[in-house]
Design a protein around this ligand. Structure first.
Ligand code: ATP
Ligand code: MG
Length: 390
């Protein structure tokens, strides 16, 4: 698939942008703080409804727009897919006053309302995710290798949600169940509820959670195979990469029934502690990942360069995985990653990505690209929230 046209209004530092894009390789060059990352972020929002870096949707609204009477941000893209074109649209509206309230909120406190349309028809977020598939490469990918379990889970959720709508539904359900169940556990802790009331929430937790575990297991196994091969090449045959899924319950099961039964057992065993602490202690919200090279845990023993290479192998594996899962080439977004790599790795990366249908690469300098690569690429220049063909 590839983006044919992108239109942004009041998104970050883009006041108004109309950008037609060709398929294949697109290089976007710009100095620091001109809007390179913002552009890729906009595409990420259109694909997943969420930013890959903002902590709140409010950040996405152009600061000058927040002073206007009806502040809004609009993102729109027309995307050519293997089976026809699709138009996706995300609108964020800042509400100055809540309905029925005279109080006028300052910009920093204005609630954000998100509206989504697919082919002009209003839809829920869940219906947009997976329509346009993207894989984003950024310097922060290294945090998945070194970082907290939260980032690992968020990563697995993002990939799975893009390729499996049941996964996204189960995930949303699971999060709701955790909130309700934790609330009940707190009441039990204070002896304000009956233990039997847990049964319903246990069933719901096991049902939605086991599906997450099964799909995460499948994803990690597949990514591991793909990344292993890529990593062997990137490390010139010296490193054997192993990505290990560390589920909070169960081990290597593949059958849903098996996972469910282990999950239920784990709940039975931890019930007393859960009540004492007033929260759910086992389940996929406690999962983790481990990255090993030649048996060593890379979060502790990996050199910076090693971790960076593993992140790259993981992302290339993800792109391949999505391609086979959805039967269409995902759009690759590379945010200034070339400057971080040595010449050999850069060459391998550029070689590996050129088989995808559309690749958007941002860079501060063009001299990281090989001339033969640049000759094949369309070039654009970004300057203060404007983009021109270069
Ligand atoms: P670098 O090379 O440093 O990574 P970049 O081109 O990727 O730079 P961006 O992260 O895209 O830069 O940011 C471009 C500019 O957008 C920055 O100056 C930033 O302050 C500005 N910006 C971010 N959010 C908003 C917003 N909500 N309203 C207006 N400007 C914003
Ligand atoms: Mg940037």
């Amino acid at each position: 698939m590839h983006i044919v046209h992108l239109s942004l209004t009041n998104f970050r530092n883009y006041r108004h942008l109309e950008l037609s894009l060709p398929p294949h390789l697109v290089v976007i060059q710009g100095d620091n703080a001109q809007g390179k990352t913002n552009l890729l972020e906009a595409i990420h929002v259109l694909a997943t409804t969420k930013s890959h870096r903002a902590s709140s949707d409010r950040e996405l609204v152009h600061q000058a727009a927040t002073q206007e009477d009806l502040p809004f941000t609009r993102l729109f893209a027309e995307v050519q897919k293997a089976r026809g074109t699709i138009k996706v649209e995300v609108i964020l509206r800042l509400e100055r006053a809540l309905p029925g309230e005279a109080f006028v909120a300052p910009p920093s406190a204005m609630p954000v309302r998100k509206r989504i349309r697919v082919n002009g028809v209003p839809r829920r977020s869940i219906d947009l995710v997976g329509q346009v598939n993207v894989v984003i490469f950024s310097a922060q990918d290294i945090d998945i290798i070194t970082g907290t379990p939260t980032l690992c889970r968020r990563y697995l959720d993002l990939v799975n949600s893009q390729t499996d709508s049941r996964y996204l539904r189960s995930l949303q359900r699971y999060h709701k169940v955790i909130v309700q169940r934790n609330h009940l556990l707190k009441l039990l802790q204070q002896r304000q509820a009956q233990p039997e009331q847990l049964e319903f929430w246990d069933r719901e937790l096991v049902e939605s959670g086991s599906y997450l575990i099964m799909q995460r297991q499948h994803l990690v196994r597949t990514l591991n195979k793909l990344a292993q091969e890529i990593h062997r090449e990137l490390s010139s045959g010296t490193e054997r990469l192993e990505i290990v899924y560390l589920p909070s319950v169960g081990k290597e099961e593949v059958q849903l029934a098996e996972i469910e039964s282990h999950f239920r057992q784990a709940l039975d065993q931890t019930r007393r502690r859960e009540v004492a602490q007033g929260m759910t202690l086992v389940g996929p919200h406690r999962d983790n990942l481990r990255f090993q090279a030649n048996e060593a845990d890379m979060s502790r023993y990996g050199s910076r360069g090693q971790q960076r290479t593993i992140a790259l192998s993981l992302k290339l594996a993800e792109a391949k995985y999505i391609h086979t899962q959805v039967g269409d080439s995902p759009i690759l977004l590379l945010d200034d990653v070339l400057s971080e790599l040595d010449r050999g790795r850069r060459h391998h990366l550029l070689d590996a990505i050129s088989s995808f249908q559309q690749v958007l690469i941002t860079a501060v300098e063009l001299n990281y690209f090989e001339p033969s690569f640049l000759a094949q690429a369309a070039q654009f220049q970004v300057r203060q929230g404007n983009i021109e063909k270069g």
